[in-house]
Design a protein around this ligand. Structure first.
Ligand code: BES
Ligand code: ZN
Ligand code: ZN
Length: 506
């Protein structure tokens, strides 16, 4: 799969040749947009008739391909529904373009154009809409074909998307929206790829190679701690998780200082759970759906991809991404229930369940992160099955100790269409984590599993402003949607990048 190249142009879409011209339309809209009216005239009123007959209503997700039979400049039109105008959200534009790009691919054409809409959702700008359109197109076009034999046939890829605006004054915002949309979507594509690769390929050692590639491209500093370094530092939790595997653990640190970042600025530090496969360890998982656990590295992939996007966008900030990396296996030397590990922070943990490994590797990741005195510390992790139970597939679980940071993450989520939902981080729940033999245990028993996991993490962040995102609910999609594939979704990536964009760009 090639990544679609996107450009913005000022002009009248109806007078330009196009293989497919996408026209966006709200459900129940009165009349046609300027461009649609012009094309309707070229087609002798065919669009008006179609709409009158109810063949196309403009419902969210609806799409209709119309051949123009040489009567218009565009060979085909694709009518894409946005839903009712009063409910219009940025995500409708992503969904519309996600559906459109799939139809374009089916038609075996390589380029398409879209007209910028003239109605914008409440409190959004031309920039936001352009960004959403680009994201929808690139993400909807995603396919993972690395392991499919092609039998010599070359797949037809959608190569080019052109955004049209008739208003020259909108061009700068549209161009910036395209730049941001390409960066966030390409980052998500990277995450989906990393998570789709099976665990026999995407091992901890291979993750280091991926980090090296990002560091090289982005010109960011890369430091990799090996097992002996972790032993010296005392990362007993990460080492404990890795014990059952033949794959040595890694601890990856990437550091980016944007050219315009203030010298004295405290960094934003991101920590991502990077378990390349989670069998559960000695507390072995059941076989059903265990293959999904190749994506238990989503958090790490996301902080890596966010680093690349921040550098590509030249964001003026100081950013650090940390990936504690291990494979959770039930080998002969594996941790056993009841084992006690001493974490980097000095706190001891009784490991009652080796399947609650994410919080263990994160405890060392977070403790390490506090050394940078972050302005804000965010961890992101496929942490708990309880998150799936509580939130289903449409919300990321959010916890935090800083109201301002929470508000910023919430807003970034709304903008990105990767929404978060706050859960309580109340100290009362800590009684569930008390251990008879160590400072705490790594599971909280029945009830509030997402909360006790978050509360466990909170013991390792000191007094840093901190956010924890549980993405176990969203990291894997059971079915294909407009711009989400079946399988790894990369949800969380655009949320993180948008959070950084909102902090640093106007
Ligand atoms: N990686 C899993 C959580 C998970 C579950 C992610 C489903 C995505 C989908 C995590 O390491 C885990 O196994 N958590 C346990 C914790 C329990 C033993 C307290 C869980 O949620 O079952
Ligand atoms: Zn687990
Ligand atoms: Zn896990």
């Amino acid at each position: 799969m090639k990544i679609i190249h996107v450009e913005g142009q000022v002009g009248r879409a109806e007078s330009e040749a196009a293989e497919v011209l996408v026209l966006l339309r709200c459900e129940g809209a009165s009349g046609l947009t300027q461009e649609a009216a012009a094309i309707d005239a070229q087609l002798g009123g065919q669009l008006t008739k179609l709409i009158k007959r109810g063949e196309f209503e403009g419902k969210l997700g609806e799409g209709l391909l119309v051949h123009t039979q040489g009567k218009a400049k565009a060979t085909r039109l694709f009518l894409a529904g946005l839903g009712k105008e009063k409910d219009l959200r940025l995500d409708a534009f992503r969904q519309a373009l996600g559906s459109a790009v799939k139809r374009v691919r089916q038609a075996k054409v390589t380029s398409f154009t879209v007209v910028m809409p003239d109605t914008l959702p409440h409190e959004t700008s031309v920039l936001d809409v352009a960004q959403a359109l680009v994201e929808g197109a690139i993400l909807g076009n995603y396919q993972f074909t690395a392991y499919r034999s092609t039998n010599g046939t070359k797949p037809i890829d959608v190569e080019r998307l052109t955004l049209y605006t008739s208003q020259r004054a909108h061009l700068p915002q549209m161009t910036e929206g395209i730049r941001r949309g390409v960066a966030t979507a390409e980052a998500t594509v990277l995450v989906r790829d990393l998570c789709n690769h099976p665990s026999n390929v995407m091992t901890p050692t291979r993750i280091v190679r991926e980090a090296q590639a990002v560091a090289k491209e982005s010109g960011v500093r890369l430091k990799v701690l090996e097992q002996k370094d972790m032993e010296k530092l005392g990362m007993g939790a990460l080492l404990g998780v890795a014990r059952g595997s033949h794959e040595p653990p890694k601890f990856i640190i990437l550091e980016y200082k944007g050219a315009k970042a203030k010298k004295t600025e405290q960094p934003v530090v991101l920590v991502g759970k990077t378990i390349t496969f989670d069998t559960g360890g000695i507390s072995l998982k059941p076989a059903e759906n265990m293959e999904h656990m190749k994506a238990d590295m989503t958090g790490g992939a996301e902080v890596l991809a966010t680093m690349r996007a921040a550098a590509r966008l030249k964001l003026p900030l100081h950013l650090i991404s940390i990936l504690p990396v291990a494979e959770n296996m039930p080998g002969g030397r594996a941790m056993k229930p009841g084992d006690i590990v001493t974490t980097l922070s000095g706190k001891t943990v009784e490991v009652q369940n080796t399947d609650a490994e994410g919080r263990l590797i994160l405890s060392d990741g977070l403790a390490y992160a506090t050394r940078y005195k972050p302005a804000v510390l965010i961890d992101i992790a496929t942490l708990t099955g309880a998150c799936v139970v509580a939130l289903g597939q449409f919300a990321v679980g959010m916890f935090g100790n800083d109201e301002q940071a929470k508000e910023q993450v919430r807003n970034a989520g709304l903008r990105a269409g990767e929404r978060v939902w706050e859960m309580p981080l109340w100290e009362e729940y800590f009684e569930q984590l008390r251990s008879d033999v160590a400072d705490m245990r790594n599971i909280g028993g029945r009830g509030g599993g997402m909360i006790t996991a978050a509360l466990f993490l909170s013991k390792f962040v000191g007094d840093c402003p901190w956010i924890h995102l549980d993405i176990a609910s969203t990291d894997w999609s059971e079915r294909e949607r407009a711009y989400l594939p079946k399988g790894p979704t990369g949800i969380g990536t655009r949320l993180l990048i948008q959070f950084l964009i909102n902090r640093t760009l106007p």
